[in-house]
Design a protein around this ligand. Sequence first.
Ligand SMILES: C[S@@+](CC[C@H](N)C(=O)[O-])C[C@H]1O[C@@H](n2cnc3c(N)ncnc32)[C@H](O)[C@@H]1O
Length: 410
Amino acid sequence: MAVHMPLARLLLVHRLLRTSTSGQRRLRSSDVLRECRRAARTLSTFPVRRSESQGDGRDPSPLGGLGRLLPRDALFPEVSQPRDPEEDASVAASDAHGEDAHVATREEGDRPPEASASAALPGESSLAFGELLVAEHHKKRRVEFRKMFELRAGARLQSNWGAVAHDDVAGRPAGCFLKSTRGVRFLVRRASLEDYVLYMKRGPAITYPKDASEMLMMMDVTEGDRVLESGSGSGAMSLFLSRAVGSKGSVLSVEVREDHHRRAVLNYKRWRQSWILRRGEEWPDNVQFHIHDLSAASALLANQGFHAAALDLIHPQLVLPTVVPHLYPGAVCAVYLANITQVIDLLEGLRCLRLPLLCERIMEVQVRDWVVAAALQKDGSHCVRKAPVLDRREEASDGAFLVKLRKYAQ
Ligand SMILES: C[S@@+](CC[C@H](N)C(=O)[O-])C[C@H]1O[C@@H](n2cnc3c(N)ncnc32)[C@H](O)[C@@H]1O
């Protein structure tokens, strides 16, 4: 489905404003409207669920190919000056190769590392062996290939689009383009924490980044806080909490299964090891992992108070009697549940347990990515766009529910 949406409207407003304030050109408003409608017709936008932009989905970048659809005289001078005829020619050439315009106009990546090493982010050095990186290949606004890997001397990144020697990556700044043995450009960048939790080895399902962000907001976690988490699972939420509480805070992460506990600890350690290579300073060692059934962990929690609790386990109502006495009054317990039946069970449990908890909110976090793309083909006809195929792994993250419980003073 292709529909004209806010960007087209934005262009319209933008250009109307420009015309009304510009003394250089005096277009009649009907001319402006006609011109704007013509530009808007060349744009097509449609929403893509987050799942579709990962894995085999499309890249939602609005850059590729759009700029050249706008009439030159419709642009501000600041925009039109850098857009010289050579750029238009290179965009056309890149289309012939099926590459995105923004990819085609970047450095080829065959420049010697010394020439661009100073481009590293302040506080970060050039790419070093042992770091966790992501390589990706974009084609026609789609991410065709994306892989997280650890940079190792002598190793090769293999793909259907050719190989890249890790030795060629080391010493370059993050965010550089490199050519594979088949001449395909790969963007190589450092793995963000979001990349890491999505690509790291898992035991049980993780708390997805979109939900983890909302839980942090719900709990209002601040640097220096002490937070209780359970279960540790694969360690994704532990890492988000670790970053939120910082070096002055701490997280107590409780997991009943030994294999899951081990996985969470390994994932936590691996991220910290990569971080020190990247930043030259330690990621705070602020998570204590324990193997325990939280419903029977009164001894473990004895004499401890928590600013917040994050629960991602199958029957949260069974652990609340143990957790609630250790929450400070006013503290929030954020509960992550996979389906609405579990939410109902939790609410029923709360009704029966008579704990000093208010259920403030029940929500589902939805993310809608957008593809903003050219709808006009070179022959003037309009493209018919098919909805991208869903990535099953991300699809599984949809439909999770968050319940916000606040402890009140008695
Ligand atoms: C979905 S996973 C948690 C994933 C974790 N939030 C993450 O981001 O990786 C749920 C975990 O809770 C653990 N669990 C279930 N009941 C528990 C209990 N009573 N006490 C402690 N852990 C428990 C399970 O063993 C499982 O590892």
